[in-house]
Ligand binder design. Structure first.
Ligand code: AHR
Length: 659
């Protein structure tokens, strides 16, 4: 019981006497911490971009994740050309990958099947860690087919089967009518049962030879029901966050281990059969080797821009600046040979924003989007460092700004939040007038708690900060509530400094439970299910409760955002007329707080959304996806203030209507 409550209902003397005789436990209870918000002194505007997402094709985030193609190695372009495909030990049947007369220059390899067996034979594709299919759903089976000789099978039957010898048939369909020319054929398979790890079996019906390429099994049910669309549940999780921006496609995948393997956006747009598949740089690096990790680019730059638009996020593409990943080869494009790289950047801006009468604007219109994508910013390189980066940034900046002065440029601060690389780059990027500088920090939770006021004294006149990659890493890299809580405490400092921190995103975004290389991650999934981690709910609470102006706030006597294990930030939402308070209690016990709003009449009741667990090791999982999720309640505002206990280890977002 708090003295204040006591005084309300009893005499002061009675209360004092009661207080004297209270147990040691009660006497030890902390007095209420006051959180005072000054609604009469609204500060700088909060950019809509403050809290966003960073998508990188790591952990099967694209192929096997957001891009729901079910066939692995559909184009036979993996380094191991039959990866994903198998045939029984049938000596009278051949399965050979060839490249004579392939589909096109970007997709030279294809599969030739030949047999003398009158009844035909089967081959199987395993999918990317199996194929997740749902009962009653429809899957488009398609393939480019050619019959090179007069003696040819008449049909190709595609059947979804459960794994294992003699697996059950879950649904099938047949293609027929082949000719000597490459042509795309398509049919639909409707599945009879749900299975998370199905296989695709292809049966060549009769003897002869048949050529196959771009063998695809694609769900009809995609986000917005688009052909070649994205996995609905994963996009929904993103949309629910209301992210202010989406940074894509990486990360280190932008840079490539060698320059030849860098991300080249022009090779990711247009018909999917013309998008050249390459090895993914996360194929054999980091915690778990993934030798079958390739980029089909079925999710390419057109789809990324469309995704950004769908979820209301500003697109932030990152482009190669002629530097391969410095953790790998560090290969450099010579300074006098950067024109191809720079042209790619300029053409990308035209692709996103240009009038349909321009070359690249015309391509966008042809792909189905005549209106511009409203690109406003571009990242020059990913996590580069050193003089080589400064030299290249200068050239990019000069070229892009002279043609597109309004496009804002994001520059790198290197891979670490402090130290020689960071200290070398920041002043140079300030001199070069970079619009934003991208800082990365993967650090223990305590670092995030200690750094909640990191930006309080940053230079307000220099480049803005983009906290482009961050996550609290506990020792075993699990997605615990303890990690999320530390991130929440830190994020109050980001919001409080939203005049200098313009954008921030957790990293990485997605991970397949059977195919990840890097943990922790924001969202995990298997072939059919997905869930948000506690960190996801922290991000969602911050991004979907973004005010329009920072409000000054003090905790007790401290004008900072942290005091006695309480971290807080406040904002005004001018659209809804609410004061929003985000308050973190990092203490092991509940803490009473007295929240007051000066300079505005707080009235009626407030919404309070609390994310809490007494167990810092608590996690969400596929089987318990809602273990740590926000709970909402209504609380009354009495006399312009709220008195409430912040639960132990909690984040609470209050929305208080004010006049
Ligand atoms: O998010 C994973 C990786 O971490 C990114 O690719 C890279 O930018 C950083 O080193």
């Amino acid at each position: 019981m708090r003295l204040q409550h006591c005084v309300r209902s009893h005499s002061v003397l009675g209360c004092l006497l009661a207080a004297c005789f209270t147990t040691a436990l009660l006497c030890a209870q902390p007095s209420a911490e006051s959180i005072s918000i000054q609604a009469n002194r609204p500060g700088p505007a909060i950019p809509r971009t403050l809290f966003g997402v960073f998508f990188e094709d790591i952990n099967f985030a694209a192929d096997g994740g957001l891009y729901p193609e079910l066939v692995k190695n559909r184009s036979f372009e993996f380094t191991e050309p039959l990866n994903g495909w198998s045939k029984g030990f049938n000596v009278d049947a051949q399965m050979i990958v060839r490249s004579e007369g392939g589909l096109n220059d970007n997709n030279p390899h294809y599969l030739r099947l030949r047999s003398e067996i009158p009844t035909g034979f089967n081959i199987t594709n395993t999918g990317l860690r199996g194929m997740g299919v749902r009962a009653g759903a429809e899957y488009i089976f398609s393939a480019w087919v050619r019959v090179p000789e007069p003696s040819a099978p008449k049909s190709l039957r595609a059947a979804l089967r459960t794994a294992g010898p003699g697996g059950d048939n879950l649904g099938e369909a047949t293609l027929t009518g082949f000719s000597a020319e490459w042509k795309k054929y398509e049919t639909v398979i409707r599945t009879s049962a749900t299975n998370p790890k199905a296989r695709l079996q292809l049966t060549v019906d009769g003897p002869g030879a048949i050529d196959l390429d771009m063998v695809s099994l694609f769900p009809k049910d995609t986000w917005q029901n688009r052909p070649n669309g994205l996995r609905r549940d994963l996009v929904q999780l993103l949309a629910d966050m209301k992210p202010g921006f989406i940074r894509f496609p990486g990360g280190c995948v932008v840079e490539g281990r060698r320059l030849a393997l860098r991300y080249q956006w022009k090779k990711t747009v247009g018909d999917v059969s013309e998008r050249r598949a390459i090895i993914n740089r996360w194929n054999d690096e980091n915690e778990r080797l993934t030798p079958d990790y390739f980029q089909s680019f079925g999710l390419g730059f057109y789809e990324y821009f469309q995704l950004a638009e769908d979820i209301g996020a500003s697109p932030l593409p990152i482009i190669s600046c002629g530097m391969a990943c410095q953790f790998n080869s560090g290969e450099l494009a010579p300074l006098d040979q950067l024109s191809e790289y720079i042209q790619d950047a300029l053409d990308l801006i035209e692709f996103a924003n240009g009038d349909p009468s321009t070359q690249w604007g015309a391509l966008r219109a042809k792909l189905g989007h005549p209106a511009p994508f409203h690109l406003k910013m571009i990242g020059v390189g990913n996590e580069q460092w050193g003089k080589a980066y400064v030299d290249r940034y200068k050239v990019f900046s000069a070229a892009i700004k002279s043609k597109y002065p309004d496009i804002r440029l994001v520059a790198s601060a290197g891979p670490f939040p402090a130290g020689p690389m960071f200290n070398f780059l920041w002043p140079r990027m300030r001199d070069l007038k970079a619009d934003l500088v991208d800082e990365h920090y993967y650090q223990p939770p305590q670092w995030f708690l200690n750094n909640s006021s990191r930006y309080d004294n940053y230079d307000r006149k220099g480049p803005k900060v983009f906290a482009g990659e961050y996550a609290a890493h506990v020792a075993d890299k699990r997605n615990t509530w303890g990690a999320a809580l530390a991130e929440a405490a830190f994020m109050t400092g980001l919001e409080r400094n939203a005049d200098v921190v313009e954008m921030a995103s957790y990293a990485p975004l997605f991970a397949h439970v059977d195919a990840w290389q890097w943990a922790p991650d924001l969202i995990w999934f298997d072939n059919l299910r997905s869930f948000g981690t506690p960190s996801y709910y922290v991000q969602k609470l911050f991004a979907s409760n973004l005010g329009t102006r920072i409000l000054p706030l003090s905790i007790g006597e401290s004008a900072r955002n942290a005091q006695n294990g309480i971290y807080a930030s406040a904002s005004l939402d001018e659209k809804t007329g609410e004061v929003i308070l985000k308050a973190v209690n990092s203490n092991t016990a509940a803490r009473p707080v007295r929240i007051s709003v000066a300079g505005a009449e707080a009235r009626g009741s407030a919404r309070a959304m609390t994310l809490a667990s007494g167990d810092l090791a608590a996690e969400n999982s596929l089987d318990k996806p809602l273990n740590v999720v926000p709970a909402e309640r209504t609380i009354s505002i009495t006399g312009d203030r709220i008195e409430i206990d912040l639960p132990a280890y909690s984040l609470t977002v209050f929305r208080m209507p004010v006049r």
